[in-house]
Design a protein around this ligand. Structure first.
Ligand SMILES: [Zn+2]
Length: 265
């Protein structure tokens, strides 16, 4: 999670080529409650955003995250009731979300954009490794397999993202202050005014040209914290094609959110 100091400074960041301003709300301006929807307890995040015109409820199309945005503190106090009134709509949106793919033996997952199968195994240096065919082998007890695969993917993501970020930053004669890898629902990457870059670990599931583009995009923000012509020139100096990866993310990005270690409630 963002700490308060960083959050306050982090007014400008971006994702997938859009400039976004973070909500002006502080932590006090956001809260979470559980809402009963068709017998399930669904977590609802309520956020204050003075730029909103009215109460709006949103359901993230891939993660199922339910958010209510409120234009004022007064509206924020009514946010849960508002969401309750929208329960049938929320239930319909949740029903449309593709089933999560658990990281159990037999699961097919795209690792660096190539379909691999999770298989059991009893050798290797760590609990998870790639065999000669490129499949992911996992040792140890069956019930720990999903967690181990998830840890492996996050670790590989962190390594690859750090290496590529530093490499691109060097080419642009700059350096990030910090690189964070998280499980963000709505952004593949973001770069703050304090030169801190944050990525989604799920980029390790995407093909290399997509992975490289997101890194190039965020690293270029270290030099240009905007989306002007100079910014895009920097991105193009790092990756040859910026259109194909953007199209790929729009088409396939949501599907990368399906992979999960746990069964969702
Ligand atoms: Zn950007």
């Amino acid at each position: 999670m963002w700490d308060l100091a960083r959050r306050a400074k982090d007014l400008v960041s971006c994702s997938e080529g859009k400039l976004m301003r973070k909500p002006l709300a502080s932590r006090r301006g956001s809260k979470r409650e559980l809402l009963r929807i068709e017998g399930r307890a669904v977590e609802v995040t309520m956020r204050l955003n003075p730029r909103a015109r009215r109460l709006i409820v949103k359901v993230h199309p891939s993660t199922g995250e339910v958010t209510v945005v409120a234009p004022s503190q007064r509206a924020l106090d009514r946010a849960l009731d508002f969401a309750r009134g929208e329960t049938p709509w929320i239930a319909r949106q949740l029903a449309r979300i593709p089933q999560p793919i658990r990281l159990v033996p037999g699961a097919r997952i795209p690792f660096q954009g190539i379909e691999r199968t999770v298989l059991r195994g009893e050798r290797g240096n760590g609990p998870v490794w790639q065999d000669e065919a490129g499949n992911l082998r996992v040792s140890g007890r069956e019930e720990f397999v999903p967690r181990r695969v998830l840890d492996f993917l996050k670790r590989e993501a962190r390594k690859a993202l750090e290496v590529r970020s530093r490499e691109y930053a060097l080419l642009l004669g700059t350096k990030p202050s910090h690189i964070a890898v998280r499980d963000t629902a709505s952004r593949w990457g973001s770069c703050s005014a304090s030169r801190s870059i944050s990525y989604s670990w799920r980029l390790i599931l995407a093909p290399a040209f997509v992975f490289d583009y997101v890194v190039a995009h965020e690293v270029a923000h270290l030099r240009e914290l905007n989306h002007g012509p100079r910014f895009w020139k920097l991105v193009r100096s790092l990756v040859p094609d910026i259109d194909a990866p953007q199209v790929w993310l729009r088409k396939n990005g949501a599907a990368l959110h399906r992979y999960a270690a746990r069964k969702q409630a």
